[in-house]
Design a binder for this molecule. Sequence first.
Ligand code: ATP
Ligand code: MG
Length: 559
Amino acid sequence: MNSGNSKKGNVEIEAPNFLKQIIEKDIANNTHQGRVVTRFPPEPNGYLHLGHAKSICLNFGLAQEYKGRCHLRFDDTNPETEETEYIESIKEDVRWLGFDWANHMYYASDYFDQIYLWAEQLIKEGKAYVCSLNEEELREYRGDFNKPGKDSPYRQRSVEENLELFRKMKNGEFAEGACTLRAKIDMKSPNMNMRDPLLYRIKKVPHHRTGDKWCIYPMYDFAHPLSDAIEKITHSICTLEFQDHRPFYDWSIENLPVPAQPKQYEFARLNMTYLVMSKRKLLQLVKEGLVSGWDDPRMPTISGMRRRGYTPESLRLFAKRIGVAKAESLIDFEILEACVKEDLDQVSHRAMAVLNPLKIVITNYPENKKEELHASVHPKKEDLGKRSFFFTKEIFIDKSDFMEDPTEDFFRLAPGRQVRLRNGYVIKCDEVVKDSQGEIKELKCSYDPVTLGGKPTADGKKIKAIIHWVSATENVSAEIRLYGRLFQVADPENVPTGKDFKSNLNPNSLKVIKQAKLEPAMMNASQSYKYQFERTGYFCLDSKDSQPGKLVFNMIVDL
Ligand code: ATP
Ligand code: MG
């Protein structure tokens, strides 16, 4: 497992990135006239996830670093799965991550006319032919890793016949599946992708941008290098599974009069413990109602992580730490959480919140007194100022900070013991009050008036144990959603036959606390800030469900 640990003292050392070496060499050799143009090419068939975030940070990051540019290109060659909703979400996610494509947003479908003309050109040069094998026959003729392919019986059609048939395909004169356009390369190639790969197929489906204009669509593998060339991309970066497709990428560039010579480079995709990272699988969770939507805060989608409260800074830090390599690796979920915490520690406003309230009555405190106390909004950022809250006769502490029969390793409140209230006084537990069922109803405590501001007790004792609290009468209530991991095993996709990855979902990944008690200023909590509930974790308002007067917080990550 990759530790991703790249901190040495306070100096951030970036994880290695072999692509930088390639780019630097290209710049030094003036390979692309010194230009660096990358692209992020999502297929608009789902919401982006953490793996895409890695690719976005990589492509836009390299462009930034080498003063080039990065295009956002929608690879919309498959009209069946594409939706406008996805396009909008992808744009929002890339921007939120902090990147800007300026006026370089494109669609592969913008190039359909040009790609079609190039396909005709291949036909005219005898480098492509219309094949009338059906899907099953195509597969059979293709062979496999151990068996060479066989030439299609339609491979020797004349240029004229091919042109006529291809135009008929384009004009809708054939049924779906009746024929395809294929490159004429080598059916015996050890690389399956070079065995006369498909260039075009018939799909009588309207396209989200070109409408009914086309009933044939170029294959991704053909459209991709050509789109890259049209946009004069220099470094076309994709994941390792495309390595075997590279010879065909190069073939397309070499055999057509394209305006630039892009090169494809592959890196290992991001895999994470406790997550699945495939749009298809994430879509299943959404469709089957196993999560509340693409932006469910437990989802590894960018929109889910945004709603959860992860910051763009923390995702960029994560991308930098894990680096870019050629070897497959599995990144520990905790590395992501560490990046999130590191960023949140610096920016979060502090507050006190009691998630599971236990009432305390301070017996020696006056009945209606309301004493205003202060604490820093951020311990290291005095410019953020102070916040205020009230000490009163009745307060709440968290149930977990009291034990009637304390175990040996428990140092917080217990009968007869003293504890310091954070940002407040030292109290002592004098009595445990129970109801008729024997359940603890409240505690009676006394406070020591000289202990404010961290001072020792009247009898000179320094109290080490500190717990958080809020006034029982001066507070604001909120719903709090606590999240566990979406999957309960580290490798959710590893399932016995007959079962699927969903059987590994964690049934306890969401716990809702209806009535947590927060210090009163949290009434004005803002979507613009993240909060650290002291001693508990990092939280933010839920962007969908929280309203003034009915606050809902998401736990981003614990401390
Ligand atoms: P999925 O497998 O989730 O459907 P995809 O690769 O089909 O993802 P695309 O929309 O085609 O999704 O991907 C856009 C870009 O994001 C591609 O360049 C792809 O290589 C990259 N990408 C996708 N998943 C990952 C990942 N897990 N790690 C790094 N890059 C990824
Ligand atoms: Mg894909």
